[in-house]
Design a protein around this ligand. Structure first.
Ligand code: SF4
Ligand code: SF4
Ligand code: F3S
Length: 268
């Protein structure tokens, strides 16, 4: 409570803003407590009141005033083709803003599958060269926490922020750079339909009796067996449900390249 609130620059590249939409729905902790009491969210061009040059000046101010002591949160990614001209922020390519803000930050949080992996805007043949944050030239050596998902779970996002602030260090990351505490298990490992998988009881058509009985969605293309995320434990909307519980298989939205791996309905 007595710690000064750590400044955060939240940048937006090529993205759909649903990572922000997810974040503001966090129930534990409440997003408002994170933003108003834990962090000093000094720049977020999607929700801030300031606009134009006044807004852009804040980035410079924070970078210069808090060198090495601010967090850079990135939603979306920069397109590198044509010198970054496919995403312009404040009259300049987004990639320039990203590199400038990354240079002196304490850590980078790559929100969602856009910042972590590239996502749909990087789908083959990726004409704009949409590039995930860690592959942007010059950023590979930065401390980067990937929080993939399209979007990531709200409580996972706020928990990562809470961890950073509480322990003043990065959470333990797996080989792909994701916090182990949320990405070490497959959806399939904790799925409540797993007993049906083990018993060989599968949905074969969307409206068959097995679908009504809640049997396993593997044969309908569920990617739960190869997807590492916390949906089957933490769930969504404050623990209410997750895609499989609502009757649709997991499309693997937190996995690298999920958008290019054929139809979401192909079996594994
Ligand atoms: Fe939107 Fe998904 Fe990208 Fe988040 S990761 S900004 S939800 S497209
Ligand atoms: Fe696994 Fe998907 Fe079946 Fe759940 S519905 S048990 S995640 S294959
Ligand atoms: Fe995404 Fe699969 Fe969870 S589609 S939201 S990782 S259940």
């Amino acid at each position: 409570e007595t710690k000064p609130r750590i400044p955060v620059l939240w940048l937006h590249g090529l993205e759909c803003t649903c990572c922000s939409e997810s974040f503001i729905r966090s129930g534990h902790p409440l997003a408002k407590d994170v933003i108003l009491s834990m962090l000093s969210l000094d720049y977020d061009d999607t929700i801030m009141a300031a606009a134009g040059h006044n807004a852009e000046a804040i980035v410079t101010e924070i970078v210069e005033k808090y060198k090495g002591n601010y967090i850079l949160a990135v939603e979306g990614n920069p397109p590198l083709a044509e010198d970054g001209m496919y995403c312009i922020i404040g009259g300049k390519p987004f990639v320039e803003q990203l590199k400038y803000a990354a240079e002196s930050c304490k850590a980078i949080i790559s929100w969602g599958s856009c910042a972590s992996w590239g996502c749909v805007q990087a789908a083959k043949p990726n004409p704009t060269r949409a590039t995930p944050v860690h592959k942007v030239p010059g950023l590979a050596d930065k401390p980067i926490i990937k929080v993939p998902g399209c979007p990531p779970i709200a409580e996972v996002m706020t928990a990562v922020v809470a961890y950073l602030l509480t322990f003043d260090k990065l959470p333990t990351l797996d080989k792909q750079g994701r916090p182990q505490m949320f990405y070490s298990q497959r959806i399939h490992d904790k799925c409540y339909r797993r007993p049906h998988f083990d018993a060989g009881q599968f949905v074969e058509q969307w409206d068959d009796e097995a679908a009504r009985q809640g049997h396993c969605l593997y044969k309908m293309g569920c990617k739960g067996p190869t997807t590492y995320n916390a949906c089957s434990t933490v769930k969504w909307n404050e623990g209410t449900s997750f895609p499989i519980q609502s009757g649709h298989g997991c499309i693997g939205c937190s996995e690298d390249g999920f958008w290019d791996k054929g139809s979401f309905y192909d079996r594994l």
